[in-house]
Design a protein around this ligand. Sequence first.
Ligand code: HEM
Ligand SMILES: *[C@@H]1O[C@H](CO)[C@@H](O)[C@H](O)[C@H]1NC(C)=O
Ligand SMILES: *[C@@H]1O[C@H](CO)[C@@H](O)[C@H](O)[C@H]1NC(C)=O
Ligand SMILES: *[C@@H]1O[C@H](CO)[C@@H](O)[C@H](O)[C@H]1NC(C)=O
Ligand SMILES: *[C@@H]1O[C@H](CO)[C@@H](O)[C@H](O)[C@H]1NC(C)=O
Ligand SMILES: *[C@@H]1O[C@H](CO)[C@@H](O)[C@H](O)[C@H]1NC(C)=O
Ligand SMILES: *[C@@H]1O[C@H](CO)[C@@H](O)[C@H](O)[C@H]1NC(C)=O
Ligand SMILES: *[C@@H]1O[C@H](CO)[C@@H](O)[C@H](O)[C@H]1NC(C)=O
Length: 318
Amino acid sequence: MASSYNLVLLILVIAGAFLESNCKLTKNFYKCKCPKALSIVQEEVIAAIKNETRVGASLLRLHFHDCFVNGCDASVLLDDTSSFVGEKTAVPNNNSIRGFEVVDRIKAKLEKACPGVVSCADLLALAARESTVYLGGPPWKVRLGRRDSTTASRSAANTSIPPPTSNISALISSFSAQGLSLRDLVALSGAHTIGRARCTSFRSRIYNESTINAAFARSLQGSCPRSGSDNNLASLDLQTPTHFDNLYYKNLLKEKGLLHSDNELYNGTSSTEKLVKKFANNTFVFFKHFAKAMVKMGNIHPLTGSQGEIRTNCRRVN
Ligand code: HEM
Ligand SMILES: *[C@@H]1O[C@H](CO)[C@@H](O)[C@H](O)[C@H]1NC(C)=O
Ligand SMILES: *[C@@H]1O[C@H](CO)[C@@H](O)[C@H](O)[C@H]1NC(C)=O
Ligand SMILES: *[C@@H]1O[C@H](CO)[C@@H](O)[C@H](O)[C@H]1NC(C)=O
Ligand SMILES: *[C@@H]1O[C@H](CO)[C@@H](O)[C@H](O)[C@H]1NC(C)=O
Ligand SMILES: *[C@@H]1O[C@H](CO)[C@@H](O)[C@H](O)[C@H]1NC(C)=O
Ligand SMILES: *[C@@H]1O[C@H](CO)[C@@H](O)[C@H](O)[C@H]1NC(C)=O
Ligand SMILES: *[C@@H]1O[C@H](CO)[C@@H](O)[C@H](O)[C@H]1NC(C)=O
């Protein structure tokens, strides 16, 4: 009796050790280590969005630009120094990604509550979820336990994040390289239901493309001239730019997607067109697949166990 009890115990201990070392992220990672972590991120994200609605979109995008470049390891947050080049000036990021001050504020609160416990990579994953939910989108269970990189790669940021000029095959291979499917690509592109883009990101589409609604193109040309005003902004979803809904897909059906890459999802490729129609037709189905794809994106090779570190300041290595 006693020995079979001991045997069971031994098996449990071995199984536990195995689970500990198998590098999976878990939902309850901070439950004991920092029980207030999730509510701190939530409170600060909500306060930041109340101050400036757009920053919710910016935080969601930061997580994407983190995960696509050598995994979700907060590499995107590292500042350049005289001896270190980070990812902030890579082509897809320069003059474009934002939200760093909000990240700093959340991190300062987390460090005060539980010093050295919550990683910047997990912070980004949680802030992306809280932003989405606060703006009306679906919740998902964020797996946690990511650790922070001690390096960054500007060249990987240049090549791993797809540009808005991408055609559909380039988009599919970029996502496929991250282990994301065609369905994930179409669902995650739905993030463009919130936020803004600079003139330079959509200029050639509004002057040179035939697959764009003419009135829509004309309306954008006012604030995005043929040259200059590169940083003038337009909403990615012309209808409800601060609400997370499925109108992005309805826009695509009418050739009113802002970016060339958005339009590529509904421009003659039947497999992606089918998904666009489905998501345009049913918010619930879009939300379900968006949530699932965000979990998948958030799991792109994290650092776990003793890899990397827990940065004290998200902008620099310890
Ligand atoms: C499918 C490939 C994608 C391409 C080519 C793309 C490209 C872009 C571009 C060019 C901008 C505007 C940047 C600027 O002009 O400053 C943008 C904004 C944005 N992207 Fe994407 N993106 C893609 C996928 C995603 C994904 C997967 C997400 C998140 C899950 C995302 C979230 C956002 C958000 C929220 C904004 C607005 C950010 C803000 O207002 O600060 N994008 N994207
Ligand atoms: C509020 O938003 C503005 C941008 O609109 C930003 O400059 C400022 O730092 C934000 N303040 C706080 C406390 O978040
Ligand atoms: C980033 O943007 C700044 C300001 O517009 C510009 O001076 C700089 O050359 C850009 N860097 C790169 C690497 O493109
Ligand atoms: C990234 O692209 C920019 C613009 O083409 C270029 O200036 C920079 O050298 C590239 N950086 C790396 C590390 O590839
Ligand atoms: C799509 O873009 C890639 C990369 O820019 C290019 O090599 C390829 O020829 C393009 N494919 C089509 C069908 O236009
Ligand atoms: C439109 O295309 C032409 C020919 O390819 C090119 O010269 C021009 O710069 C493009 N215009 C814009 C605004 O992208
Ligand atoms: C997609 O759109 C472009 C214009 O942006 C067009 O040249 C192309 O022929 C369209 N169709 C396909 C199947 O790519
Ligand atoms: C979805 O499509 C069906 C027909 O295929 C249509 O009757 C229904 O109104 C659509 N629902 C929405 C929400 O667009």
